[in-house]
Every structure is written in structure tokens, then in C-alpha cells.
Design a binder for this molecule. Structure first.
Ligand SMILES: [Zn+2]
Length: 592
């Protein structure tokens, strides 16, 4: 959201949404608006519209909509600040250097910048050692034994950490203060408090953040040194759970293919990427963490999980599945035959074989049913155990119909008694009832044309929208309407004075309300005269009176004591008189 006076707000004021979106979508002028084929869903006839004066877009097909920043965020899968930058660049608006708010913040930023530079330096140091030293010759030979040639070593920035124990430390000391080196995670302290190199005689894999800056390393032992894998610790620039290995190089391919291959380690990711499947990322840990899932969801929601098929890999797969399903990913699972990891499989079977099994990877429930089939189901307890293994996943399905379909399949495949299964499913359904989203059709709003008309005028009728907002507010005419929330927010924006920005209003609305608001703004049939406003207000007043009358009738029917009944009847007459005084509704609001 663009804060008043912020750079984002300035960009928004100067940017032309039609020009920016026009770079992605072929737009045609249709009346006052522009339209084109929606870039967010497949379609043959245009239902995607851009409103040049309101500076918003809206798709009447799939329902997406927002301002210019939202459009770039959704299409480029980037964050808000990145989107502001992109729009500014496209419109030739100079980007100010980020302003630091406090001395602490400045210090933190300096530290982060220093650490990132130090990591670049360390990566170059490790790489030199691998390619130019005697020690490096042994390591290169070790790597080429594993199928990695010089070209691959350079492409993925591999290096070697020296065996001496303090060579990197000495190198860094000539350039950086000790305090910064200490914070980098590249060194450790011994019991005497002396610093030494954290990584010794290991193949070094640089780990980069999303924008390609090295922020950590993974070190793989050569030979039998333990541990086999050693990573940088958490530092001010590196947090394991927020980074996906190879994402910086996979972005483009992820966008193009709209799916990701998820593997466990760097060697797997490198092997898969070298096979020409660049849309691969590695979790570099035993299973995915929630921030990693969120990060990935900015690029795609379709994923093939290809972890090692060993016990640890299976457990990691299942933990990751749970998280991915919760975030509504479309998940497939590839368990390679012969218990191979992707690296080994590619070496033994080749690229084509890998691509083939990848394309045949089953949906996650097939994978899970396969796992459950291997459990002992000869006893009732065994069957319940298999069911209990499956249910949490079925439960995570957002769609009830799908859940029921899967239940039937599970019943037949596992030969589980139907009643046992139904009971488990029923339990699962109650447990997740609170999360189930009502279907859009069920919410089909009882929105009357008068409401649409008034919402439209609250935003567009610059001549009298304040008077209109006052009228609605003083009579509480919007209370109890399907559109109450939209009125609430729009009235507040109007009465706050200044420009009324629909994208800003939309920030505090539900998706359903946002759609409705945008639809009224794109509706060029709607009128903007005070006369029309009056007749819509009249409709709302009548509705209010009608409601009070029916409440009164209930009370009168309930046979109140005589003293109260008289009051009620008087009020009833008063209301009826005021209804009959009102003129016939106008043509445009008739028949509602
Ligand atoms: Zn669409």
C-alpha cells in the first residue's frame, strides 16, 4: 500500500497503468476503458479491463484486480518494494537511495553490506584454491570422478576450503575488521577464544539469496570426514529456512514452466540443472520450512518433490507435503526407482530417462496410498494405522468433493471397511470445518442495483459524493446490507477528503467485496446524477422502513400488554404513512 508522501505514492501518481500493463498485455481501447486477454488465466475473448482514470485493472473472468503495483507483483512474482522499483524504472522516475531511519539501522545495513562483500571475497578465495593450487588438483579430480567437469565447477561457483585451518581467516583479516569476520559464520572460536576457519578441506558450494548474492556456504567433505555436510550457521545475512538453493538461477525457468522440482541437496540440484531442467531448487535441509514454501509460491504453486527415497527422505517428503498442501500447492512426488537420488539416477540412467519419470510423477495421494499399501493391513489395528497415516493429508485438501472422491479410492485400494473410513473422514471434515472456504456461488450476493449505483457514485461523483456519504451515514442506510463493508470503507475515504483511490479502499476489503467495488467502477452504464442518487437513497430508506415494519408485526403478533401495544401500533401507522408518502420508484430502481 502506498503511504501518503512515500516514494511509492509518487510513482503511482506519475505512472500510467495503461502504459505499464500495455507492456505485458495487448490492450485495446473499448469505450472509456481498455481491454485485453487476461494474463492471469487462459482465455480467448478479452475479459481483462484497465481503467485509465481510476488506475486499476480488473478481470471479469478470474476476478483478479488491483493497482499498477499489484499487477507487477502478481505477474513478476515480486515483492511490493521490487514492484515499485520496476514501475518507477518503466516510467523513467528516478529512484532515491533508500533512507536509513536510525543509527542502529544504518549500522545493521553496513554490517549486512560488509558481510555480503566478505562472502563474495570468500567465494573467490575458495574458487582460486580449487582451480589454481596443488590442493585444488586433488579436489578437482575428486569432483570430476563424480561427473563434475571444470565448466560445471565454474558455472556453480564451486570452491575448496584450505586444510591449513586459518588461511581464509588471514586473508579476510587483511581486509575486514575482526568483529565483522566473527559475525560472518565463516570462522569459529576455539575454547581459548581464538578464531579459526570453520570450513577445512571441503568442497564449497556458495549459497545465494534470491537476487544472486552469496550469503552462506555449504561444505561437503571429501572422503570420509565427518560430518559429510556442513553449512554456514545463521548470520545477519543468512537464515536457513528462508533460502532455497539455486532459486536465483531458477527464477526464469520457474516462470516459464510454472512448476518446480524440489530436491534435497546441492549435488542433486546441480545435477538436475545440468540436465537442462533449470527449474530446480534444493531445500538444503531435511524438509521444507514454511518461509521457503512462501518464497516458492511467489514463482509457482506446482511442484514435484524428488527427495531421496531413504527413510529420512521419506519422512522429509511427508513433512514437506503437509506444508505444501496447506499452502494449496499442486504436489506430485517422484520416488526414483532403485532408491536412487537424482544425482545418481541421472548418472546411471541419463537425462531422457529422468525427464520421463519426472513427467510421470504421480499426484501426492497416489504416492501416499502406495506407502500405505506397504503397511501391514492384515489386522483391524493395522488398517486403522494405515488410515491414520493417510487421513491428515486427505484432511488438508481444500475441496470437500475431492476429499470424498479420495475417500472412495482409499477404501477400495486399501480394502478398508467403508464405515471405518466414513467415520475417519467425517472426523477429518469437522476438524477442518473452520478453514473451509465457502464457495463463491453460495455467496452470490443479494446486491441490489441501487447499492451498486450508490457505491459507484461514492467513488466517481466528485460533485456530490460528500453529501451522499453524509446522507447514507446519518440514516445508517447501509447497515445490514450485503455491501455494508464496502459502504463503510468508501464513506470513510470520501469523508477523509482528498482523492478517493479505489485500490486503497480495496486494501481493507475482502476479495469478494473488492471485486464488487471494481465491477461497479468499470460499469459505464451507471449514472452519476444527484437525482439518481436520491432515488437510490429512497430505495434504501424504504427497505429500512420495511424491515422495521416486519419486526413490529412480529411484536404485535406476540400479543404485548395493552399499554405497549398502543405504542407499537402508533409506530406502525407512522411507518406506513411515510411509506405511502414516498413517490413511485424510478424506472432504474424499479423491480428490485
Ligand atoms: Zn483473468
Amino acid at each position: 500500500m502506498a503511504e501518503a508522501g512515500s516514494f511509492a505514492e509518487r510513482v503511482k501518481q506519475q505512472a500510467d497503468i495503461v502504459r505499464v500493463i500495455g507492456e505485458y498485455v495487448r490492450l485495446k481501447k473499448t469505450g472509456q476503458n481498455f481491454s485485453g486477454l487476461c494474463p492471469f488465466h487462459q482465455e480467448k475473448t478479452p475479459s481483462f479491463a484497465v481503467h485509465p482514470t481510476r488506475q486499476i485493472y480488473h478481470c471479469f473472468g478470474c476476478g483478479v484486480g488491483g493497482d499498477v503495483f499489484k499487477f507487477v507483483m502478481e505477474l513478476e512474482k515480486c515483492t511490493f518494494p521490487e514492484s515499485v522499483r520496476t514501475v518507477a524504472e518503466k516510467c523513467g522516475i528516478p529512484i532515491p537511495r533508500p533512507r536509513e531511519r536510525s543509527p542502529e539501522e544504518r549500522q545493521e545495513n553496513q554490517q549486512r553490506a560488509g558481510l555480503i562483500e566478505m562472502h563474495r571475497e570468500a567465494a573467490a578465495f575458495f574458487s582460486r584454491l580449487l582451480h589454481e593450487s596443488t590442493e585444488g588438483k586433488v579436489a578437482s579430480a575428486y569432483l570430476s570422478d563424480r561427473g563434475l567437469d571444470r565448466e560445471a565447477m565454474r558455472r556453480f561457483g564451486l570452491g575448496l576450503s584450505p586444510s591449513s585451518g586459518d588461511a581464509l581467516l588471514r586473508h579476510l583479516k587483511s581486509k575486514y575488521p575482526e568483529k565483522l569476520i566473527d559475525a560472518s559464520g565463516l570462522v569459529s572460536r576455539d575454547q581459548g577464544g581464538r578464531l579459526y576457519d570453520r570450513f577445512r578441506r571441503r568442497i564449497m558450494f556458495p549459497i545465494s539469496n534470491e537476487s544472486g548474492k552469496v550469503i552462506a556456504f555449504g561444505g561437503r567433505a571429501m572422503g570420509d570426514d565427518m560430518p559429510k555436510y556442513m553449512n554456514s550457521p545463521e548470520t545477519p545475512v543468512y537464515s536457513k529456512s528462508t533460502v532455497l538453493y539455486h532459486l536465483d538461477r531458477a527464477k526464469e525457468a520457474l516462470r516459464q514452466s510454472d512448476f518446480a522440482v524440489l530436491v534435497e541437496g546441492y549435488m542433486d540440484a546441480i545435477a538436475v540443472a545440468r540436465a537442462g531442467i533449470s527449474n530446480v531448487v534444493a531445500s538444503c535441509g531435511t524438509s521444507l520450512a514454511e518461509p521457503q514454501v512462501k518464497l516458492l509460491s511467489r514463482f509457482t504453486r506446482r511442484i514435484i518433490v524428488n527427495y531421496d527415497p531413504d527413510i529420512a527422505g521419506q519422512a522429509a517428503t511427508e513433512r514437506s507435503l503437509a506444508l505444501l498442501l496447506e499452502k494449496e500447492f499442486d504436489v506430485r512426488v517422484l520416488a526414483l526407482p532403485g532408491h536412487a537420488d537424482p544425482d545418481r539416477f541421472l548418472k546411471e540412467q541419463g537425462v531422457e530417462a529422468y525427464k520421463k519419470v519426472l513427467s510421470q510423477a504421480p499426484p501426492y495421494l497416489d504416492y501416499l496410498i502406495g506407502r500405505a499399501r506397504h503397511m501391514d493391513r492384515s489386522t483391524a489395528t493395522g488398517k486403522v494405522a494405515a488410515l491414520n497415516f493417510l487421513m491428515p493429508y486427505v484432511q488438508r485438501l481444500p475441496n470437500r468433493l475431492l476429499r470424498s472422491e479420495w475417500a472412495t479410492r482409499i477404501a477400495s485400494e486399501l480394502r478398508v471397511d467403508e464405515p471405518v473410513l466414513r467415520e475417519a473422514l467425517r472426523r477429518a471434515a469437522t476438524e477442518r470445518r473452520s478453514e473451509v472456504k465457502p464457495k463463491a456461488e453460495l455467496l452470490a450476493p443479494a446486491v441490489k442495483p441501487a447499492e451498486r449505483q450508490l457505491i459507484h457514485m461514492l467513488v466517481e461523483a466528485t460533485g456530490f459524493r460528500e453529501k451522499l456519504a453524509q446522507e447514507i451515514l446519518s440514516g445508517a442506510l447501509h447497515r445490514g446490507l450485503e455491501t455494508e463493508q464496502i459502504f463503510e470503507v468508501a464513506i470513510a475515504a470520501v469523508l477523509a477528503g482528498g482523492a478517493v483511490d479505489p485500490a486503497e479502499i480495496a486494501v481493507s476489503l475482502s476479495e469478494k467485496d473488492r471485486r464488487l467495488l471494481f465491477e461497479t467502477l468499470f460499469d459505464t452504464e451507471l449514472e452519476r446524477t444527484w437525482e439518481e442518487a436520491e432515488s437510490c437513497l429512497e430505495f434504501l430508506r424504504n427497505r429500512q422502513i420495511g424491515q422495521e415494519l416486519s419486526e413490529l408485526e412480529v411484536k404485535i403478533q406476540a400479543q404485548q400488554p395493552p399499554d405497549q401495544l398502543r405504542g407499537l401500533l402508533e409506530r406502525q401507522n407512522e411507518l406506513r404513512r411515510s411509506l405511502s408518502r414516498k413517490q413511485e420508484p424510478k424506472k432504474s430502481v424499479a423491480g428490485m
